[in-house]
Design a protein around this ligand. Sequence first.
Ligand SMILES: Cc1cc2nc3c(=O)[nH]c(=O)nc-3n(C[C@H](O)[C@H](O)[C@H](O)COP(=O)(O)O)c2cc1C
Length: 353
Amino acid sequence: MTLLSRFDLRYPIIQAPMAGISTPALAAAVTNAGGLGSISVGSSTTDDARHMIEAVRAASDGTFNVNVFCHAPAIRDVTRESAWITHLAPLFAELGGIPPSVLHEIYISFLADPPMQSLLLDLRPPIISFHFGLPPDHFIRACKDVGIYLIATATSQAEAQAAQQAGMDAVVAQGIQAGGHRGVFDPDGEDLQLETIDLVKQIVGHAKIPIIAAGAIMTGADIAAALDVGAIAVQMGTAFVACPESAATADHRARMAHADASDIVLTDVISGRPARGLRNRLIDYGVASDSSPAVYPLAYDAAKQLNALAVKQGKHDYAAQWVGTGAARCRALPAAELVALLVRELEEARGIG
Ligand SMILES: Cc1cc2nc3c(=O)[nH]c(=O)nc-3n(C[C@H](O)[C@H](O)[C@H](O)COP(=O)(O)O)c2cc1C
């Protein structure tokens, strides 16, 4: 049984989990409109995660997805971390701040978070999705025992294969155009950086589980193109950032709507892992240097401190504003209207309209 029939989803449209951006209100609106809404608790405490899940349930009786981060916990490297802090010191000085003496793991990996694992098993969201890797075997088995549907992001055929072998029910094939963090399992490994359609074609050719396409899917015609090469659904992030229900700042919304190709970059400067978003002062400064950022999510600690200082001065040029290459094609509509528009465009593209 596919994802759509199992959960009675009307449309093959998944609103991507986006930590800090996809609110419970956004997820509920997409689900209520016939798609699949998602929240991410990857950077949340267990208390916040509980409240978010309860908030989705209070606003919708439908199916939703909860997303967590399965990155390898940071291996500390004091020399590299100190070098990165020293490198960023002039930016702190420009903003009238003091660089931190040490960097902190601002949130822990789901792999090292038994309380979050227990919480999800208690609250039993219908679907859980994993980014940056796969959860422990015991968690997969426990989810299967209670009927939770499991999805993992894959950026390559090898990652998709690993996800299938581990027992995932479906895979999100995340192409290189995608906004936000690339879901690569090992950020130090080889990355073939395939575009969405090529990646879907490659994975569909080998996989026995359903494939969901993600990356630069902005319109119904884009959805049709992904379904045509064998995806069962699409996962769209950037398109939903522009919805009023998202938590995106006014600056993020304004900049994405006018972004051209040179404004959108893939960089590990902000968090320590490759992620695609709008260029800013920190990215330009980091890219122009020889220093390697501290590993994920330690570098993110420094970036968030710089942004907090900047925001106090009304500046937004240190903010992590994740978007994919399709950003300028966003439509700033309420989520239900965006889903309805995407469905009309999809029907037109398939000659049904
Ligand atoms: C602002 C933003 C935040 C994101 N955060 C997450 C996240 O927390 N978890 C996750 O699995 N994917 C996250 N992603 C990636 C999406 O799941 C998806 O792969 C991507 O949005 C697809 O490309 P698109 O943005 O071009 O639609 C994020 C994407 C964006 C744009």
